[in-house]
Design a protein around this ligand. Structure first.
Ligand code: GFB
Length: 310
């Protein structure tokens, strides 16, 4: 990827896409193309084809997706499957038809079986049943990575896929119900602090284990992969460390400065018991995460307060 290559970041307003844009600009890439949903509806195959025909695009980061936390996924499975599979097939096929030099497709650690051996190696894909709360999303992401892999293996296309673990950071969605655990919890602790409440309720049992990666660390990894990785097989991106949701709640309490009690609402789903990625392959490429969970949460909380997210 040259500094003046034409780079299209699909999903540039989302958590991942906005971080990729920041990092590309920092690194001196100066020919970035972005489209709002009004300008280009990625669900519309004809519009996507027209866009690729009219713009000579060299590199594509496919970071556009319908995303959400455990409750959003569990209650809107059909939309998660349909929208994500449609966006992916429209963009990936257009990249093939219009001779895009390289495509990096973004997946998720939820593609792996619910009870995969930990830490989860890339080879665990399709070795067992999925976690039911995010089956729709996972099936769409598996289809997308397989489409890239097949274009790569059978048609010589440089289409690659990265599977990040649970992400967080500036630009996240802080919706009370639809968000992932970090922004959802951060909002609840912040509101409890500002309203002087005596307790905060955390969803589920607190026992599930999750691995959390700061989105700017992911963006560094993605740019490195775009610059150096050509293997048809997908590659994990994580930190190699996880913590329980109860431990996350304790850390969040101190980050936000809440002094009351933590209780657990076991009527809410726990989801998969653990999903820690094996990151041996990406470490060998020379990338490693820079943010600790504590420093990443501190920075994200400051960003959320300054940007009126609560
Ligand atoms: O982040 P989260 O929604 O994603 O939930 P998943 C992680 C864990 O945190 C679950 C608990 O056990 C939740 O019950 N949790 C505690 C909370 N408090 C909260 C809260 O306030 N909000 C939320 N959202 N959770 C998603 C998948 O699963 O992971 C997606 O549904 C995607 O497909 C994403 O892959 C990365 O890790 O359970």
């Amino acid at each position: 990827m040259e500094k003046n290559s034409t780079v299209f970041v699909a999903g540039h307003r989302g958590l991942v896409g906005s971080s990729i844009i920041r990092k590309l600009r920092e690194k001196g890439y100066n020919n970035l193309i972005c489209q709002t949903r009004q300008e280009l509806d990625l669900l519309n195959q004809a519009a996507v084809n027209r866009f690729f025909a009219e713009n000579r695009i060299d590199f594509v980061f496919l970071a556009a997706a319908k995303v959400g936390g455990i409750l959003a996924n569990a209650t809107h499975q059909t939309e998660f499957l349909y929208q994500n599979i449609t966006i992916a097939t429209n963009v990936i096929q257009a990249c093939a038809d219009h001779n895009v030099k390289k495509l990096l497709n973004l997946g998720s650690s939820c593609i792996y079986p619910k009870l995969a051996p930990q830490p989860i190696q890339e080879e665990s894909l399709l070795t067992g049943p999925l976690e039911p709360t995010n089956e729709g999303y996972a099936i769409a992401k598996i289809a997308a990575l397989k489409l890239c892999e097949m274009h790569n293996r059978y048609h010589g296309r440089c289409f690659i896929s990265a599977m990040p673990t649970n992400l967080y950071g500036p630009g996240d969605n802080f919706h009370p119900e639809l968000s992932h655990v970090i922004p959802g919890m951060m909002r609840r602790f912040h509101q409890a602090k500002t309203k002087n409440l005596s307790e905060v309720t955390v969803w589920g049992s607190g026992k599930p284990l999750r691995e959390f990666l700061h989105v700017d660390d992911l963006a560094d990894a993605l740019i490195l992969l775009m610059e150096t990785y050509n293997n048809p097989s997908h590659i994990n991106v994580g930190t190699g460390k996880d913590c329980s949701i109860a431990e996350l709640a304790e850390t969040m309490k101190s980050v936000v400065g809440f002094t009351g009690r933590i209780t657990f609402d076991t009527s809410k789903p726990d989801g998969t018991p653990r999903k820690l990625l094996d990151i041996t392959k990406i470490l060998k490429l020379g990338w490693s995460p820079k943010h600790s969970l504590q420093s990443g949460l501190d920075q994200t909380y400051r960003w959320a307060v300054e940007n009126n997210q609560f």
